[in-house]
Design a protein around this ligand. Structure first.
Ligand code: Z5A
Ligand code: MG
Length: 212
């Protein structure tokens, strides 16, 4: 019998919804419970491509809109061999943002169809679970002001949210929306329970390809 594989779990959501906080908590808790789990964050600003993306987000560098979209995607693809290896070794991989952020942010710029935005990420490892952390703009505002990076304005974030809703209509993907206005601890417990159930369900199933 083939070895059990790990699950690929993506966290998505609006700005300040608590994705990074919950990703860290989830990986820690899974490890404490005896599972093998690793965290990846997109963009991964540590690679050469990631450094270009970081200077774009920090407004030090201007890049043409198609170009930056493809760089975000390339930043995911450069991790694919390592992600597949981990998943096949039985390690659960938790990703802090994934291709859905890629599509939602670029399509929010206008002049970009959803289908064009999806193409570069077609064939990435398909997440077994996508947790969407839902938070109203008012509640997000209580968590502090926007930073100074590109995209951090309320009008743009509203368009991003609409693009996420379009992506969530795809029933071939396992989207689960969670209420991110809960306390960090309550939300963590809910996310951990959904994640463990998914890990159990997919361990003997093949890893699929996204949007294929
Ligand atoms: N982007 C793109 O355009 N294309 C792509 O392909 C990808 C990304 C992958 C950088 O992302 C930008 O890149 C992003 C999308 C774009 N642009 N924007 N906007 P990033 O992931 O580096 O962004 P970030 O700086 O990590 O912010 P974030 O992800 O929006 O925040 P978060 O991770 O969701 O939240 P957090 O850091 O965990 O928490 C925010 C604060 O709230 C913090 O003070 C917490 O302590 C607090 N918090 C968290 N949870 C709670 C609860 N439950 N209650 C109260 N307070 C809480
Ligand atoms: Mg974050």
């Amino acid at each position: 019998m083939a070895a059990r594989r790990g699950a690929l779990i993506a966290l998505e959501g609006v700005d300040r919804a608590g994705k990074s906080t919950q990703c860290r908590r989830l990986v820690e808790a899974l490890r404490d419970a005896g599972h093998r789990a690793d965290l990846l964050r997109f963009p991964d600003r540590t690679t050469e491509i990631g450094q270009l993306i970081s200077s774009y987000l920090g407004r030090e560098k201007n890049l043409e809109d198609h170009t930056i979209h493809l760089l975000f995607s390339a930043n995911r693809w450069e991790h694919v061999p390592m992600m597949k290896e981990k998943l096949h070794q039985g390690i659960t991989v938790v990703v802090d943002r994934y291709a859905f952020s890629g599509v939602a942010f670029t399509s929010a710029k206008g002049n970009f169809g959803l289908e064009w935005c999806k193409q570069p990420d077609v064939g990435l490892p398909k997440p077994d679970l996508i947790l969407f952390l839902q938070l109203s703009p008012e509640e997000a505002a209580e968590r502090g002001d926007f930073g100074h990076e590109r995209y951090e304005t309320s009008s743009f974030q509203e368009k991003v949210l609409q693009s996420f809703y379009c992506l969530m209509e795809d029933k071939t993907l396992n989207w689960k929306t969670v209420n991110a206005s809960k306390s960090i601890e309550d939300l963590h417990r809910e996310i951990k329970s959904i994640a463990e159930k998914t890990m159990q369900e997919v361990q003997n199933k093949p890893l699929e390809e996204l949007w294929k």
